[in-house]
Design a protein around this ligand. Structure first.
Ligand SMILES: Nc1ncnc2c1ncn2[C@@H]1O[C@H](COP(=O)(O)OP(=O)(O)O)[C@@H](O)[C@H]1O
Ligand SMILES: [Mg+2]
Length: 361
């Protein structure tokens, strides 16, 4: 098990597990581990929230205990439930002995009263089916507890979480109260589909994970898909950035960029430079669009914009997208200077780089 002196040391450790964090994020994660506070990560899907918990567990030499949240998640899936099959088996094995004893009570009511008074040990720790929250509390070795996609559960689940995070203990009426046997590092994630309760937020350190800078995203692609040449990674990252400026239903996430970069690398390997038939460049682009975008409407919109079709929104001031602006008011591809769009398909000046996806030469 490992602890980290500061954010920089943690960042390096995460890097060794192929997780690329920026300085600020690494400092926040480090603080959460030192201050013993749960860390709540919010942000769009696919920006590395879940992966952070996995990488942190690997870097810290801790087991990852994961509670995946969903609508309808209840105590029996989050905390514990009684292992009914095991209890039944136990009783069956005792059946003959119980039968002998019951023979002394010919009257049913007496027999029933006798049974009720017996303790068969069925409600003890041995018959618990332990679920993630209880597992984290019971573990003698400290773990990383990942409560993934909290926003998918109902608020009642949040209340239960709060109680456990605050008290670090779980009470099972039949058995008693378990207090945490070691201090877990707790990571909660939310994809921002609903606002979490103020109480939960107050309990946690909070960090918003957004899309990475181009440098960091290139680094991520190279870490996750080492076979992708640097120039291809750069092109695909740039292309994804262009798409993220569009008012799409679902912007390309990091995982999609990695997939697209892999696809581009394969396509590129099969496309001899100079032998690109007319139309092939557009085909490559369309395949990448399919890897990066998940909705037909988004693909259509992206194609229209990339092909430079006139759009009223193209009149907006170029290169001044402001975070939080209404998406339709954002700068559009058509308004960008032509040489900064989709270098993937046009090739960039001075080229000579065989790795460039679909570059004309
Ligand atoms: N900072 C990062 N470093 C390395 N890989 C990353 C990073 N961020 C995202 N990824 C990649 O993107 C994928 C999706 O990230 P994930 O953590 O599942 O997203 P989410 O934010 O939805 O939980 C990961 O499996 C990983 O391959
Ligand atoms: Mg996730």
């Amino acid at each position: 098990m490992t602890t980290f002196a500061d954010g920089a040391e943690l960042k390096d450790a995460l890097r060794r597990h192929d997780y690329i964090a920026d300085d600020e994020f690494a400092v926040v994660v480090h603080l959460a581990t030192v201050l013993d506070r749960p860390l709540l990560l919010e942000g769009p899907a696919g920006v590395g929230k879940t992966e952070l918990a996995k990488a942190l567990a690997a870097a810290g030499g801790r087991k990852l205990v994961r509670l995946q949240c969903y609508e309808g998640l209840d105590d029996s899936r989050a905390l514990y439930e009684w292992d009914y099959a095991k209890q039944l088996l136990h009783v069956q094995m005792l059946r003959d002995r119980i039968g002998d004893r019951l023979a002394a009570y010919p009257d049913i009511a007496d027999a029933s009263r006798f049974l009720a008074e017996q303790d068969f040990g069925l409600y003890s720790e041995a018959f618990l089916a332990v679920r993630p929250l209880l597992e984290a509390v019971l573990s003698p070795e400290p773990v990383v507890l990942l409560v993934d996609e909290v926003d998918r559960t109902e608020e009642s689940m949040e209340a239960l979480l709060l109680e456990i995070l605050a008290e670090r203990q779980i009470t099972i009426p039949e058995v008693g109260t378990f207090t945490a046997r070691s201090a877990p590092w707790v990571i909660l994630t939310s994809n921002d589909t609903r606002e979490l309760s103020a109480a939960l937020k107050r309990r946690c350190l909070h960090y918003h994970v957004g899309y990475p800078t181009p440098e960091r995203e290139r680094e991520i692609v190279t870490a996750r898909a080492p076979e992708v040449p640097a120039a291809t990674a750069a092109d695909v990252v740039e292309f994804a950035r262009t798409l993220r400026d569009l008012p799409l239903r679902k912007s390309p996430s990091i995982s999609e960029v990695i997939d697209a970069a892999r696809a581009a690398t394969v396509l590129n390997a099969h496309t001899a430079p100079g032998a690109v038939p007319d139309g092939a460049v557009r085909n490559v682009r369309d395949i990448l669009l399919a890897a990066l975008l998940k909705y037909t409407g988004d693909v259509t919109l992206a194609r229209t914009r990339l092909d430079g079709a006139p759009e009223p929104a193209a009149q907006t001031r170029p290169d001044e997208p402001v975070a939080g602006e209404h998406p339709t008011e954002r700068v559009t591809v058509a308004s960008r200077p032509a040489n900064t769009t989709t270098a993937v398909f046009r090739g960039r000046g001075g080229g000579g780089d065989a790795a460039r996806v679909g570059a004309r030469r």
